[in-house]
Design a protein around this ligand. Sequence first.
Ligand SMILES: [Zn+2]
Length: 421
Amino acid sequence: MKANGTAARHLDLALAATLFAELERRTRRDGGIVRDSYGEGEQAAHDLMREAALGLRLEPSVDAIGNLYLTLPGTDRQAPRILIGSHLDSVPQGGNFDGAAGVVAGLCALGALRAAGASLRCDVVVMAIRAEESAWFDVSYLGSGGALGLLDPACLAVRRSDTGRTLEETLTARGFDPGAIRERRALLDRRSVRAYLELHIEQGPRLAAEGAPVAVVTGIRGCKRFRNARCVGEYGHSGALPRALRHDAVAATVALLGYLEQAWSREEAAGSDLLVTTGELHTDAHAHAPSKVAGETRFSIDLRSLSIEIMERIADETRRAAVEIGRRYRVAFELGAATDSPPAIMDPGLRAALLRQLEQPLEMPSGAGHDAATFASAGIPSGMIFVRNEHGSHNPAESMALEDFAVGTRALIGLLEDFPL
Ligand SMILES: [Zn+2]
């Protein structure tokens, strides 16, 4: 089953350990890691990766919005390149591995290829991507979307959550060129990219629960969300109103969410990929009371799936159920418009080739967004590896064992040596 090539034996884990330790030393503030998008922390991480790349004799370059490219030249410099990317920013008080693990893996993979004297036909490029975490600028995939010229120029007016400075001001202050985003300039020609690969820590508990060091990602789930759903009934006295005369918004909302819960169970039993969450649910604190029938609720419904069809089917069912339950309870549901972010499916050829590199072949979907979604949506064949990680992500307790990182990085190296596309 396992077929890592010869270069995997040259993986320098001491380099990885040094880079993770140095990243932590340079970007720890108080209890957590702070690599703020287009701030000091993110820049410190970029500087470190650039230093490491020079040590490996890779060619560094930076695009107009600050993405860093570290290139191992191929024998045919014109051939479409393979990118190995991830982001170097973190959320405020985040962990050391979310994002950075992918860049370190890329560097270690290129180091191993160099040490093995392996020559690839095309360039292989580690891409240290800017600003993936929308905690700083509320823009999805700022660095990767900007590289491909996909951003709405209106995002230049978005303000950083802590400094209040706009993206335009922040880019300019860092010496980058906001004009690239304004003109939707593609800094990376998608025809020049043969494939995009990303190693990332798993942000959920599945790999730890299954006792597996890594998994190949099938795709990045999309999301369909009713952000501001509402149920409108009528307030009334809890002791004076018989059931038949009530317009009880809470009872109706519970019925609707119960319906959704059953729909989810049914889909699960049928093997559908689906997650259903109501993360917000409240009555009006100014009007509710224990002795009142509630006249209004507000709630959210968040649907996630690898399949647009499943999300649309469940959304349609929810709309129909809202009408029927609304009639039964004499209330009106206003679900509002749903916001959509489509799923991104990883390339089947890359998935199969990555699985062949693993002793314990395992696949799983990603519930969280990653830069790979930008590349896959742009039509670039993309592949992802998840590495086991304890305690979730986006917090200082993120914990990835170096041995697990090695399993994932060796799979990357093996894939590069025997590239399927
Ligand atoms: Zn991440």
